[in-house]
Design a protein around this ligand. Structure first.
Ligand code: FES
Length: 163
């Protein structure tokens, strides 16, 4: 769904801005709002937000490209983000990624034709004590192994995603 800078969004944005001492501090919360609404942060959304917050477009773009939590392209219904950093790597993340690549027939960054899954590997998700970790949309799945991951994939395929 494409982002539209509606009056409703502007009103919501002003309420969010009012929680912060400076308007630019609302940048990340507003980007999260946009992503919640459209599933990703498109170029036109970055443009609109830059205008709204009176920030240079380059600053908005820098934030969106720095944080892997922001999608710059539409994703599948389930965005599978496998942590690739050291703790997860040591705990078997590469095996999990290989399993996902094989089961979904995807390279990283790809989306299945049915629009159900997008596969990514990402930097540390901040849950290293429970490695290996995968984030699916806004939920974390920790201490994963191949059996748990296969079961989780089946749950998602049948619309039974559980935390
Ligand atoms: S290394 Fe994977 S969550 Fe930190």
């Amino acid at each position: 769904m494409a982002f539209k800078l509606t009056e409703e969004f502007k009103t919501r944005a002003e309420k969010i801005c009012a929680k912060y001492p400076r308007r630019d501090a609302a940048l990340i919360p507003l980007l999260q709002e946009i992503q919640k609404e459209t599933g990703y942060v498109a170029e036109e959304a970055m443009d609109a937000l830059a205008l709204l917050l009176e920030l240079p477009y380059s600053r908005v773009k820098a934030v969106v490209t720095f944080y892997t939590m922001f999608n710059r392209e539409p994703t599948g219904k389930y965005h599978l983000q496998v942590c690739r950093n050291i703790s997860c790597h040591m705990a078997g993340a590469e095996g999990l990624l290989a399993l996902l690549r094989a089961k979904l027939g995807l390279a990283e960054g790809g989306t299945t034709k049915d629009g159900l899954f997008t596969l990514s590997s990402v930097e540390c998700l901040g849950a290293c004590g429970s490695a290996p970790v995968m984030q699916v949309n806004d939920k974390y799945f920790e201490k994963l192994d191949e059996a748990k991951l296969s079961a989780l994939l089946e749950d998602m395929r049948h619309g039974r995603l559980q935390h």
